[in-house]
Design a protein around this ligand. Structure first.
Ligand code: AMP
Ligand code: GLY
Length: 417
């Protein structure tokens, strides 16, 4: 089989790494890929958002299966276009991708199917939104409706901050069209947890749980990032919590997918807040998480091609999935200044000095004449599959020290629960 993976992060490197272990696979292409992916796949210089170019490439190369990493092409309708040409692709159509692409759509879906979530109202004009503030206590959360590269959520501690956020989004168009509609939402306190599920038609098949660390610095200080480290399994998912999530959240999502005709084959990533009143949904993503993928996929024992194929045939069952009882942890080595301003093109040293059992998934890297350079904010995901979280954490931290590039930084507290 010839496979095309779309994207360029450590998530995509992990997917390519896992897919390359399948006996069914003869060749993997990755568009656009990165310096680490190029060791396992042929990188193709097409951007993940360039759907027409990707389609032309897949037709020309007779690609048997396309796997989409990031959300933008999914929300942009890549799955519909590939299917129209008879190409197999793993991911939601643009109708279901709205569960991530429009916060209003996803909140309305949650409300309609009584999926526990924060109270909210949506607005398409600044006057209405400013008046709407009176209905909420502080802190409250203001969200741009559309995709905003993870930056469209603002937690406001006062009315002043909320007014600024509303004006920035609706009037100053800080996030462009994505802020034409906004959501004002009740602030939920508790512990966040990520649950990724394979989707087979209208059914959700949960993967092993993970815990992401979103803030840039130790002790959860600093700005929100894409994720600075992760581990799996996440001990917050006790049997009781899993049962509650299945009853109150997963079953209701399945009903909603069916009733709204939104079933698809792909992944639904459910961002949860475990509050005193039980688990509540913060958001849906219609793709694998990054760095969740880096710690969940190494624990999957199945052939990933077979899992994707049975999700697409809608035959995948929870009992088909086999997971390692080991624990996996990764720490992100990032460029100084991330998530705001950071420099690129720094030489990366020392990856070859890490222990052979350490897996270094590449995010923002590029290779030139066999030398490796930084090419993004989240540069490397240093990963270890250990007997338990403690062992995995020790091995990752022992080995990440052997890697260096100018202004490299990483969190020192990943896995210290
Ligand atoms: P979202 O893109 O909706 O997941 O929001 C990004 C991040 O903002 C989440 O991971 C949370 O840390 C935070 N967040 C979003 N909504 C809420 C909420 N209602 N209450 C508290 N924090 C939130
Ligand atoms: N780690 C969070 C995300 O992938 O959205």
């Amino acid at each position: 089989m010839k496979i095309l993976v779309i994207g360029s992060g450590a998530r995509e490197h992990t997917l390519v790494w896992k897919l390359s272990q399948s006996e069914k696979v003869s060749k993997i292409f990755c568009a656009p890929g990165n310096g680490g992916i190029s060791d396992l796949a042929e990188c193709v210089n097409i951007k993940a958002e360039d759907i027409d170019m990707l389609l032309g490439f897949a037709i020309k190369e007779k690609i048997d299966l396309t796997v989409v990493g990031p959300e933008a092409p999914l929300v942009g309708g890549i799955v519909d276009k590939f299917r129209q040409e008879g190409l197999k692709i793993f991911g939601p159509g643009s109708n279901a991708a709205k569960l991530e692409g429009s916060k209003k759509f996803s909140k309305d879906f949650m409300a309609k199917y009584q999926i526990p979530t924060g109270r909210y109202e949506s607005f398409d004009n600044a006057d209405g939104a400013l008046k709407g503030l009176d209905e909420f206590d502080y802190p409250l959360v203001i969200k741009a409706d559309g995709l905003a590269a993870g930056k469209g959520v603002v937690i406001c501690n006062s009315k002043e901050e909320a007014k600024i956020a509303i004006k920035e989004m609706i009037i100053n168009k800080k996030f462009g069209e994505a802020g034409n509609n906004i959501i004002i939402e009740e602030f939920l306190s508790g512990t966040e947890a990520s649950l990724l599920c394979f989707v087979a038609g209208n059914r959700l098949i949960p993967m092993e749980s993970a815990r992401d660390y979103k803030k840039a610095y130790d002790g959860d200080e600093g700005l929100n990032t894409g994720g600075m480290g992760c581990f799996s399994p996440n001990p917050i998912f006790t049997d009781d919590l899993i049962a509650t999530v299945e009853d109150e959240i997963l079953n209701k999502i399945e009903t909603g997918l069916k009733e709204e005709n939104l079933g698809f084959s792909g992944v639904l990533f459910i961002g949860l807040m475990i509050t005193e009143g039980g688990p509540k949904v913060l958001e849906f993503n219609v793709r694998m998480g990054d760095p969740e993928t880096e710690v969940v996929i190494p624990r999957l024992k199945n052939d990933l091609v077979e899992v994707f194929e049975s999700a697409m045939d809608e035959t995948l069952e929870k009992s088909d999935l086999s997971w390692s009882s080991k624990a996996c942890l990764c720490v992100i080595a990032a460029s100084g200044g991330y998530p705001i301003n950071y420099e690129k093109d720094k030489v990366i040293n020392g990856i070859n000095n890490t222990h052979e059992n350490v897996i270094v998934f590449h995010g923002g890297t590029r290779k030139h004449d066999d030398e490796l350079f930084t090419n993004g904010g989240r540069v490397l995901a240093v990963t270890y599959l250990g007997n338990n979280i403690d062992e995995a954490r020790k091995e990752v931290y022992k080995n990440i020290e052997k890697i260096s590039f100018e202004k490299m930084f990483y969190r020192k507290d990943i896995g210290e629960i």
